[in-house]
Write a protein that binds this ligand. Sequence first.
Ligand code: TXA
Ligand code: MG
Length: 335
Amino acid sequence: MPNDGASKLDPDHSGALIRPATDAAIREAAAYLRTGHLVAIPTETVYGLAADATNSLAVARIFEAKGRPRFNPLIVHVADLAEAKKLGQFSEKAMRLARAFWPGPLTLVIPRLGNCPVSELASAGLPSLAVRVPAHAIAQSLLAVAQRPLAAPSANRSGRVSSTTALHVAEDLASRVAMILDAGPAQHGLESTVLDATGDSIVLLRPGALPAEDIEEVLGELLIRTTHNGTKPLSPGQLESHYAPRAALRLDASDVRAGEALLAFGPTPLPTRGPTLNLSPTGELVEAAAQLFSYLRELDASGAATIAVMAIPDTGLGEAINDRLRRAAAPRPAI
Ligand code: TXA
Ligand code: MG
């Protein structure tokens, strides 16, 4: 991807995509991340496709690179519990789990703090955030140099298996990352265990490298298993709880009616005197994805009863953008 400035960022001029994780390579990776580029990084579970979690454009590039047709919420990696506490709220149980298992292959979903600096796109518009503190020494060094939370899903194209070696990452994502930090095969080869710690009871959202029994021992109670006890369907249903604007959405609008706000796209926004935000005046889908959640929220706050949304091409990231818009526009069940 970024040949721009590559000579500055590539002090030993190796030009190689896969780089042994030396101190120099880690500094270079951090420089890429700080400037909005994607870097594949080793963790103890699987390789991650990392971006600066506070930079919406960088986070949008993750979705573009993975080719995901939907904006699934991503895991945000931080150096330690103190850093995690700057992003989200820890219940007493969440604190106990963090103290027992971090650093390590445990991801905690917790409520976002009001001043959480992580891009809304990273949590797909949800009021919660998935965080974990990786145990891997190279991931830790990188976090120390980069000095920011890193959003990182597994480093594979959508629908393919998670990558456990740098070579796997290269096979899937070679042309889409600035660099792949190679630290050998991932230790666990299985993703982290994901727990919902937003409520009173802890819910197992995804079984993973940390056994549920170990967690239950620390908690002194059983986890709620959404797959087994039939209380709630697993993940797909969660998507319905994504931020839905209060205002109605009118998609593929070719005009703006009285009282409507406009969510525009491209160089020729529809004429209107009402509140308007343009997802990307240049018509770029990565930029549009980066703005989507915050612009929906802002137009909603304008008080308009309806948000007219201009057509967005259904190619590349446009597919995920349109999926999100269609679900926001769908009739809502009465509560
Ligand atoms: O081991 C791992 O966890 C790897 C390494 C790179 O850290 N990462 C990973 O991320 O597997 P990803 O994006 O492939 O998986 C994220 C998981 C998904 O199951 C997603 O639904 C869940 O975490 N998740 C993230 N944020 C959530 C939220 N706010 N609420 C519920 N589930 C969430
Ligand atoms: Mg994955």
